[in-house]
Design a protein around this ligand. Structure first.
Ligand code: ZN
Length: 238
């Protein structure tokens, strides 16, 4: 059993009718409905929960955290972002979706501005597999067709990814590193670009397949109890 926590700021779905129609119960509930099965146990939390629902207890019980945020990154308390960062360093997996690239935890983990160029024209996007042997690309053919997406373009001011799995190409000509893998401390991080709230991206089976693959890839391999710098008084051998 893999324990997943989905964080969604859950604001657009309550304020914008067009978004409500696509995700009547919120993006977090759509992800839960699509992902939960005998092996994946999904919990959801939102900005409305005390401490964003991301207490130390919840994070300790989370193997992989999925993050969706867009308009309210600033409302996530710094302490919560620091706590998420610590748990990733100790071994928790993290998947940042769409505008999660600008969330406080992602920026803390990357150490760079994570800026990009963007347009909201609803262009067609092709998410190209650039590493067919990568576990996260399994079950995907040459590309995923997204009929409409928000355009994200380079330059994307992230550190050089450890592994690049997908590149998105847009109708307007832009290209974007759409699926990037990182390791920070003991934790694995996957950044996946698709998922603007006004398009039904998370109802597309191949997009869910990628997120599912990323969960299996990011689940903890070796999880520490605390971030420590142990002092060893004696050498191993005299
Ligand atoms: Zn967006």
């Amino acid at each position: 059993m893999i324990r997943i926590t989905v964080f969604n700021e859950f604001l657009h779905e309550k304020r914008v009718k067009a978004v409500q129609e696509i995700y009547p119960n919120g993006i977090h509930m759509a992800l839960k409905e699509h992902l939960q099965d005998e092996e994946l146990q999904v919990r959801t939390v939102t900005l409305d929960d005390p401490e964003c629902g991301l207490t130390d207890e919840v994070l300790k019980e989370t193997d992989v955290l999925i993050w969706w945020g867009h308009m309210a990154h600033g409302q996530v308390p710094d302490e919560v972002a620091a706590r998420v960062q610590s748990h990733v360093l100790m071994g928790m997996g993290a998947i940042f979706l769409h505008s999660g690239h600008h969330s406080k935890p992602f920026k803390r983990l990357m150490g760079t501005p994570c800026n990009l160029t963007w347009r909201e024209d609803g262009d067609r996007e092709l998410v190209w597999v650039v590493n067919p042997a990568h576990p996260i690309a399994q079950g995907i053919d040459r590309f995923i067709l997204l009929p409409h997406e928000e355009t994200y373009g380079e330059p994307f001011s992230i550190p050089e990814p450890d592994e690049l799995v997908f590149i998105g190409s847009f109708e307007g000509g832009e290209v974007f590193r759409a699926g990037c893998c990182y390791t920070r401390g003991n934790g694995r991080i996957f950044d996946f670009q698709p998922g603007h709230e006004t398009f039904p991206t998370y109802h597309i089976p191949e997009v869910i397949r990628v997120i599912r693959n990323a969960i299996y890839w990011a689940k903890p391999v070796n999880r520490m109890e605390a971030l420590v710098c142990p002092h060893v008084k004696r050498p191993l051998e005299d």
